[in-house]
Design a protein around this ligand. Sequence first.
Ligand code: HEC
Length: 93
Amino acid sequence: MSEREARSGEGSLSAEGKEVFTANCGSCHTLQAAGTTGTVGPDLDELEPDLATVEHQVVNGGGPMPAFGKEGILNAKEIKAVATYVSSVAGQG
Ligand code: HEC
């Protein structure tokens, strides 16, 4: 576990999920907890998607959103991490 994760008290999955989000999703999506303000896709704080919704969308993409899973951009662990992160923090920023 890195020092940052230990200090924040977050599990490693949550910390990884935030990193995956800011690197791959924030340019298109607003999520206050991650400090992102993208406007191409829906505001995730308003949408408050559940885990299955995020996971499905990240695997399959939709519209201009890349199919991160099917295109091999993110691996299964990264997808689980980002889906867990988004579904737990959306709407709470
Ligand atoms: C190039 C811009 C772009 C990127 C990058 C992007 N998205 Fe999206 N996203 C969109 C657009 C546009 C939509 C709405 C179109 C649609 O629903 O098919 C969307 C829809 C969604 C939805 C809503 C799905 C639903 O069923 O309502 C979720 C959740 C989501 N994105 C999460 C993510 C996550 C997590 C990432 C990073 C792994 C990401 N997006 C990266 C543009 C993007």
